[in-house]
Design a protein around this ligand. Structure first.
Ligand code: ADP
Ligand code: ADP
Length: 238
């Protein structure tokens, strides 16, 4: 098999001591999901807040254990493989950039050590290439605290793509931005994924964003996948 294969995935949370939480039973956040994402394909997980999108994404990333079912990438089962060994790119709502590093320092961070480490000269070249890819030419020496929210998420995107991950997992990466900016960034993000051949799973509660970004949209509700279809097919349905 190739691509991402999620089979009968279940994610549960133990009852928490969280203030105001009265749950005495575990929460089943993901309740038996099957999903295949082909190599190079971008799939959006779309649904209301609390439906389990983030939990499913985190389980694929290895940030959350599966209570049942399995996840495989490129035919390799991922059970027991820790986050940093999966080799996936991760991008979240807030880019979590290093405030004390400039743009280039943030983008090149993942290339300094570990499996993706490259020599400094090759790193500088790769960073320049990545900045071009996300539309931030000339930004290398800017401090990240001087950037707008949209620019920061472009830096976060470049950083997550630096080690050339086959699969990029994005959890509401544009949700902190205002609407007009979101639309433009969603289109740019899709272009970047397509041009780099990166497979993507993109969590959002925004239908327009899902339709802009994805080849197929997986609609979730209450822990389950209701349907998976192209934006065109979803539009066509009553
Ligand atoms: P979404 O991403 O669609 O907003 P989540 O996956 O974040 O949904 O949440 C799904 C359900 O699991 C919700 O009921 C949420 O409250 C619950 N949940 C998420 N994370 C945790 C956690 N760490 N501990 C307990 N419950 C959680
Ligand atoms: P998301 O934006 O991913 O849906 P939230 O903003 O709802 O996440 O939650 C932020 C953090 O709190 C996450 O780590 C999530 O797993 C955790 N969380 C969410 N819901 C609950 C819950 N009901 N009980 C405990 N932790 C939760």
């Amino acid at each position: 098999g190739a691509g991402l294969e999620v089979r009968d995935a279940v994610v549960r949370y133990a009852p928490s001591g969280r203030k105001g939480s009265r749950a005495a039973e575990p929460t089943t956040a993901v309740d038996g999901v099957n999903l295949t994402v082909a190599p190079g394909e971008v799939v959006a997980l779309l649904g209301p807040s609390g439906c389990g999108k983030s939990s499913l994404l985190r389980a694929v990333a290895g940030l959350e254990p599966l209570a049942a079912g399995s996840v495989a990438w490129a035919g390799r089962p991922l059970a027991g493989v820790p986050v940093h060994r999966r080799g996936f790119g991760l991008m979240f709502q807030e880019g979590q950039l290093f405030a004390h590093r400039d743009v280039a320092g943030n983008v090149g961070y993942g290339l300094e050590r570990g499996d993706a480490a490259v020599p400094a000269s090759a790193r500088a070249e790769r960073v320049a290439e990545l900045l071009g890819l996300v539309g931030l030419e000339g930004y290398a020496r800017r401090g990240v605290t001087t950037l707008s929210g949209g620019e920061r998420q472009r830096v976060a995107l470049a950083r997550s793509l630096a080690p050339r991950p086959g699969l990029l997992l994005l959890d509401e990466p544009l949700s902190a931005l205002d609407r007009s900016l979101r639309e433009r960034l969603a289109a740019d993000l899709r272009e970047v994924l397509v041009s780099t051949g990166t497979t993507g799973v993109f969590v959002t509660h925004d239908q327009d964003e899902a339709f802009t970004v994805a080849d197929r949209v997986a609609v979730m509700d209450a822990g389950r996948l209701l349907q998976v279809a192209t934006p065109e097919d979803l539009w066509a349905r009553p």
